[in-house]
Ligand binder design. Structure first.
Ligand code: ADP
Length: 364
């Protein structure tokens, strides 16, 4: 299959007084695009518009320069996988796939060949004569994906495909979606909400908030420079630490660390993720005072933290601690010594928060 391009331009959807999508435009290529946002952001509505199940007030959907806005769902080469998979419980796996081809009027031989090749590709041939109730959750999802793939779609839409799967199945599903996107050259668009799923799966991310587009970039770019509080939170697997700037001692020179237009004394906060730090080995401590103190030196913020508790998480320690009574969580390489942890945060991993806006100090 050729490389395809899907564009949704200027899409508005309203439900009574609720604006579910507000002049939203996206542009997706072959590969995996994640649509992320909190509950109610408009992710499902966007997928439904692309599938032709929701009619927008304005805007159009274009695939490879063809405006498909007026085509009914079954005439779009777009498959939509809902969270509940929508399989026919009374039909076998094979019949479920067959039913997906009902509107295509294919000769019997071609239809059977398509079904066999999809069953084979998804490694579910051995379950062909079982009913959905006789399958595990992961196998049922494969059947649902099979129903989509027999139609040879250009675009596969998935609503929260990973949310109901346990860790092992998530890995398999991520691998499968990657193969669909990159081997079968399909445009895969998935609504996701787990930060790690987005980071590990997506080639491109659209961040939605209240029906508006907040950010569009590669996942690592959003991770490093999210620009809005919402985007930062959506891509922070361990949360974010925020500290009022006023809590830093005088020696943390705003001129040195902060952009010129950030005035100390306004209510900005300094932020960093738990995994953004390195812990300092005893003997290399920059700060003597226990339980507080911070210096900025050689492009790094050094902080002295008072430890409340620490948990060994296998390859690191998750440490709950305090900086001037502000609770923080950090991911440290070594266990803390004597209720004290000294950390370093490079400038490239520090943010300044002004309301909902986040500025990355390094990119400023
Ligand atoms: P998400 O998938 O990000 O959770 P949705 O697209 O489901 O968000 O919903 C976006 C907004 O539109 C929400 O405020 C939701 O309550 C509203 N909404 C969605 N579908 C309908 C509907 N059929 N009728 C009325 N309001 C709806």
């Amino acid at each position: 299959m050729e490389n395809s391009k899907l564009e949704a331009q200027d899409i508005c959807v309203r439900f009574g007084s609720v604006t579910a999508l507000d002049a939203l435009s996206i542009n997706c290529k072959t590969g995996i695009t994640a649509v992320v946002g909190p509950s109610g952001a408009g992710k499902s509505t966007l997928l439904r518009v692309l599938a032709g199940l929701e009619k927008p007030v304005t805007g159009r959907v274009v695939i490879d320069s063809h405006d498909i806005s007026k085509l009914p769902p079954h005439r779009r080469r777009i498959a939509y996988l809902t969270q509940d998979y929508a399989l026919y419980p009374q039909h076998t796996v094979r019949k479920n796939l067959e039913a997906a081809l009902a509107s295509e009027k294919l000769p019997r031989r071609e239809r059977n060949e398509r079904i066999d090749s999809v069953l084979d590709w998804l490694e579910i041939s051995e379950f062909a004569s079982r009913r959905p109730g006789q399958l595990s959750g992961g196998q049922r999802q494969r059947v649902a994906i099979g129903r989509a793939l027999v139609r040879q779609p250009q675009v596969l839409l998935l609503d929260e495909p990973l949310s109901q799967l346990d860790v092992g199945l998530k890995v398999q599903c991520r691998d499968l979606l990657n193969r669909i996107a990159h081997e079968q050259q399909c445009i895969v668009i998935a609504a996701l909400h787990e930060p790690l799923d987005t980071l590990q799966l997506a080639d491109w991310v659209y961040v939605l908030g209240e029906g508006k587009l907040l950010r569009s970039a590669e996942p690592t770019a959003v991770y490093r420079d999210p620009r809005s509080l919402l985007a930062a939170e959506l891509l922070s697997p361990l949360g974010i630490n925020w500290i009022d700037l006023g809590l830093f001692p005088g020696e943390l020179s705003p001129v040195e660390l902060l952009p010129g237009d950030v005035l100390p004394g306004k209510c900005e906060q300094l932020g960093f993720r738990p995994e953004a730090i390195s812990d300092v080995a005893q003997g290399d401590y920059k700060i003597d005072a226990p339980g507080g103190g911070a210096v900025y030196e050689d492009g790094e913020l050094h902080m002295n933290l008072q430890v409340d508790s620490s948990r060994d998480i296998g390859d690191a320690f998750l440490v709950h601690c305090r900086f001037h009574d502000v609770p923080l969580t950090v991911r440290a390489a070594r266990p803390p010594v004597n209720s004290c942890l000294q950390i370093r945060v490079p400038k490239s991993r520090l943010w300044i928060r002004e309301g909902d806006r986040i500025r990355s100090l390094e990119n400023d």
